[in-house]
Design a protein around this ligand. Sequence first.
Ligand code: COA
Length: 244
Amino acid sequence: MIISIILSYLFVAFFLLVVVAFLLINLFFKEDIEVVFERDPAARSRLEVILTYPGLHAIVLYRLAHYLYRKNVPLLPRFISHLSRFLTGIEIHPAARIGKRFFIDHGMGIVIGETTVIGDNVSLYQGVTLGGTGKEKGKRHPTIGNNVVVSAGAKILGNITIGDNVNIGANAVVIRSVPSNCTVVGVPGRMAKKEGKRIPGINLDHTNLPDPLTERLERLQREIDLVEKHLEEWKEKEKEKKGG
Ligand SMILES: CC(C)(COP(=O)(O)OP(=O)(O)OC[C@H]1O[C@@H](n2cnc3c(N)ncnc32)[C@H](O)[C@@H]1OP(=O)(O)O)[C@@H](O)C(=O)NCCC(=O)NCCS
């Protein structure tokens, strides 16, 4: 009897918490919700987005942690960041600076380092790392411009700058700065498009790689054929001389 009363109180408390969270998020994070509808065709209702989008949860908790961090509150910002990582699989350091209309799709496995700076209208997919390259101190994480898309699994490493309107391809590893208006793909990241125009790169047709041994044997065979042909011609000439 007592257990069922406790459970019903817990249920009511949880329900109230969800309602309050819904109202607060709806009130204070309008832009972060709208951006989900813009960039994810699967989003149906505000309630669904608020309840089931880990990217939104991570951004809400990051904005809270960042606010407290800037007020010099000790420990709590890191604890909120840790809680957020536990709940969403997305780790954002409270000191990172993130602009407006930031969108994280799916989310799991994202890491955003302490000195990262992110502009407005940026989208990240699952598995993205905005990280450092070693144990150096100071600014050691990337600076990302406006309107940038970082695709699933991409890593952007070190104190480098990614310009505005850049697309980083899935699984790219970017270790050098990238100018605005381009697409970067591969490992290490290379520019595949600039101002909408394709840039011819190295041949990545790995299924049709040349076989150097066969090529060498074929060349030898061709040379042997040539020598035999010259020998035959020489023999013919010798015969003609003797006959004449
Ligand atoms: C990079 C990307 C955004 C496309 O950008 P784009 O500007 O339209 O570029 P294109 O598709 O015209 O490709 C340009 C070149 O890069 C190559 N390329 C594209 N994506 C690539 C990738 N991830 N890795 C390696 N090469 C890639 C293309 O083959 C093409 O090469 P080519 O010029 O030799 O033919 C896209 O390919 C990508 O990676 N999307 C991933 C999106 C994602 O993470 N989705 C997850 C949803 S859950």
